[in-house]
Design a protein around this ligand. Structure first.
Ligand code: KG4
Ligand code: ZN
Length: 331
C-alpha cells in the first residue's frame, strides 16, 4: 500500500512515498534553512511563504521519483503538529485537498511520534513496548511506546530543548546557525575532559534541563577577554559530552524503569556522531538494543510521517476534512 507523507512543521517542505510502512520509494526535502541563517534562527513568515511556493513541486517530484501514478496513492499522511502554525497549515491544507480530490483517507500525525518511526525503516521492528527518545531543535522527550497508537510521555525538558542548547552555545562561541553540526565539528579538535560542565538536576527523574549548562558556558566565556581557538574547541567538546551523558543516563534509566531492552531514538540531534557512538556502546553494554535512524532521516522528513501514518491506518485510525493544526510547541 502506497502512502504519501507530507511534512511542513518547521523550515522543511517534504513529501515522500512509502510502501507498506517500510520501503521508502522517494523522500524529497526542500529546506529554507539558508534564508534563516543570517537571523540566527527560524523566521516563521519566511518558512511558510517558502513552503507555499514549493509544496506542489515537492509533492510532484516525490511522486515522479517513486515511479507511481497518483491513482496508486492509497493514504495521505500529514504532520498535524507540533510546529509553526503557518507552516503546518500549508501541509495540512494541501493534504486535505489531495485526499478529497483523490478520494483517499487522510491521517494527521504527531511530528514527535513520527521522529520515533524514522529509526524503524529497513529493520526488524522492536517488540512493543519500547522506550523512545526524541531530541531535536524544539523538543527533548522520552516516550513509552505501547504501540504506535498508544504513546505516553515519560519525561521532557523543563526549559530549553537539547538542539536549542547546541544552537545557543554555538551563538555564544560565535560559530553560527544551526549550532549542532558546528559544535560537533569543533568538538573533534577539543578535549572533552578539560572543563567540568554538567546538566542541571531535575525534579522528575526522566526530565531534562539544558538551560543551566548553556548559562555555565556563557559565564565561562565571559571570564576570558580573548578566547584562544584551542579553548573554544575544549568548551565545545566539554559541553557536547555533558549533554550526551545526560541523554544517555536518562534513556538508560527509562529503559530500566519500564523494564524494556529496546530503545528507539530520533530527531535532529541524533545526527551527532559522538552521541551515536557513545549511546550505541553504553546501551549495548547494558543489554539494550538501540535503533538509530540513518543520518538523512534525523532531520525533518516526510518518510517518517508516511511510515507512521501507515501504521495508524492499519489500527483503524483516520482524520476527516476538519483536521486542523495542533500547533503549540511543546517539549
Ligand atoms: O529535528 P530537527 O530537524 O528539527 C526540529 O524538529 O526541531 O532538529 C534540528 C536541531 C537543531 O537544533 C540542530 O542544531 C540540531 O538539531 N542538530 C544537531 C546536529 N545536527 C543537527 N545537534 C547536535 N549535533 C548535530 N550533528
Ligand atoms: Zn522535527
Amino acid at each position: 500500500m502506497y502512502v504519501l507523507g507530507i511534512e511542513t512543521s518547521c523550515d522543511e517542505t517534504s513529501a515522500s512515498l512509502v510502501k507498506d510502512g517500510s520501503r521508502i520509494l522517494s523522500n524529497v526535502v526542500a529546506s529554507s534553512l539558508n534564508m534563516h541563517k543570517k537571523y540566527g534562527g527560524i523566521v516563521p513568515e519566511i518558512a511558510f511563504r517558502k513552503q507555499l511556493e514549493t509544496i506542489t513541486a515537492v509533492v510532484d517530484s516525490a511522486v515522479k521519483q517513486a515511479r507511481i501514478k497518483l491513482k496508486d496513492i492509497k493514504i495521505i499522511s500529514v504532520t498535524k503538529g507540533p510546529g509553526l502554525l503557518g507552516s503546518l497549515l500549508v501541509g495540512i491544507s494541501f493534504a486535505k485537498a489531495a485526499s478529497y480530490s483523490l478520494g483517499v483517507p487522510l491521517l494527521g500525525v504527531n511530528h514527535l511520534y513520527a521522529h520515533i518511526y524514522s529509526g524503524l525503516f529497513n529493520v526488524k521492528k522492536p517488540k512493543f513496548p519500547f522506550v523512545a527518545l526524541v531530541v531535536s531543535g524544539g523538543h527533548t522527550s522520552l516516550f513509552y511506546v505501547k504501540d504506535f497508537a498508544k504513546i505516553r510521555l515519560l519525561g521532557s525538558t523543563q526549559d530549553d530543548a537539547c538542539g536549542e542548547s547546541f544552537d545557543k552555545v554555538a551563538k555564544i562561541l560565535g560559530l553560527g546557525y544551526p549550532g549542532g553540526p558546528l559544535i560537533e565539528k569543533l568538538a573533534k579538535q577539543g578535549n572533552s575532559k578539560k572543563i567540568k560542565f554538567s546538566c542541571s538536576g531535575t525534579k522528575g527523574a526522566l526530565d531534562f534541563s539544558f538551560s543551566g549548562i548553556k548559562t555555565a558556558v556563557l559565564y565561562y566565556v565571559k571570564k576570558h577577554a580573548i578566547l584562544p581557538k584551542e579553548l573554544t574547541a575544549d568548551i565545545a567538546a566539554s559541553f557536547q559530552e555533558a549533554v550526551i551523558d545526560a541523554l544517555i543516563k536518562k534513556s538508560v534509566l527509562a529503559c530500566k524503569l519500564k523494564k524494556t531492552g529496546h530503545l528507539v531514538v530520533g530527531g535532529g540531534v541524533v545526527a551527532n556522531s559522538r552521541l551515536r557512538e557513545k549511546l550505541f556502546r553504553e546501551t549495548k553494554d547494558k543489554g539494550i538494543n538501540t535503533y538509530f535512524p540513518p543520518k538523512e532521516l534525523c532531520m525533518d522528513n516526510a518518510a517518517m510521517v508516511a511510515g507512521l501514518g501507515y501504521q495508524l491506518f492499519r489500527k483503524g485510525l483516520s482524520s476527516d476534512l476538519s483536521l486542523s493544526a495542533d500547533f503549540p510547541l511543546f517539549t
